[in-house]
Design a protein around this ligand. Structure first.
Ligand code: ADP
Length: 220
């Protein structure tokens, strides 16, 4: 696969950082992976483009590795909140175009936003929510919170709606949610027409208020 032009750097090779770095590499991007721990860097030398042992709370180390030249830097340091914050701050000061930082909790996330992270991610919280929604309803295949009051959910068609058109089911009036797409076998129907009839194997991709989506999830 040809190497794509955007360059990524991932700092912190814990479970999360490794997963991000490996996936980007598999997708054909150039990836620099950095960790303070030499053992970590040795372990992953075959799975990313470059690996480097460095303490990223040291400005000179960041300069030496030319971190400014990377388009996106992901700060995946988890346990050491101070190192995570200091690294993010230095990257910002050095003018990295896009910084994605992993937060342990809301307060940590607020700090990262304040110091200029372009995107703050909460992998544990998000995965916890997905798993919980999936546990509560076997219809739920995936769940993503888009904002504090809006979520996106992928659900199997509740049996009560099989054979009905979207217009007949009127999920918008009933739950205040919108079906933005339907998956039928390999085919994606976007956007579905109001006349589209839901089949038993269809998967609905729905956007709506958290409360509305939750009520819909409760449908058998
Ligand atoms: P996870 O929860 O995703 O497994 P961890 O917090 O366990 O993440 O791992 C983060 C990684 O970040 C560790 O391998 C650690 O060596 C690395 N790390 C911690 N501090 C620094 C630092 N200052 N510079 C570079 N890497 C660091």
């Amino acid at each position: 696969m040809a190497v794509k032009s955007r360059q990524y750097a991932v700092i912190g090779l814990g479970r999360f950082g490794v997963s991000v770095a490996k996936t980007l590499h598999q997708l054909g991007y150039e990836v620099l992976a950095v960790d303070a721990d030499e053992e970590m860097t040795q372990k992953f030398s075959d799975e990313v483009t470059h690996v480097l042992q460095a303490d990223t709370t040291d400005e000179n180390s960041l300069k030496a590795m030319g971190i400014r030249n990377y388009d996106v830097v992901i700060v995946a340091i988890g346990d050491d909140v101070q190192a995570n914050i200091v690294t993010t701050l230095l990257l910002k000061e050095m003018g990295v175009p896009r910084i994605v930082a992993k937060a342990r909790n809301e307060l940590h996330g607020k700090i990262l936003e304040k110091i200029g992270a372009d995107k703050v991610i909460y992998p544990e919280r998000d995965m916890g929510q997905r798993v919980a929604h999936n546990l509560v309803s076997s219809n739920v295949l995936d769940y993503i919170e888009l904002s504090s009051n809006l979520s996106l959910v992928e659900v199997k068609t509740p049996s009560a709606y099989v054979g009905k058109s979207l217009a007949q089911a009127d999920l918008r009036a009933r739950f205040g949610v919108n079906v933005v797409a339907m998956k039928r076998s390999e085919r994606l129907i976007v956007p579905p027409l109001p006349s589209e009839v839901m089949q038993a194997e269809d998967i609905l991709i729905i956007v709506g208020s958290i409360e509305g989506v939750q009520r819909l999830e409760e449908q058998e």
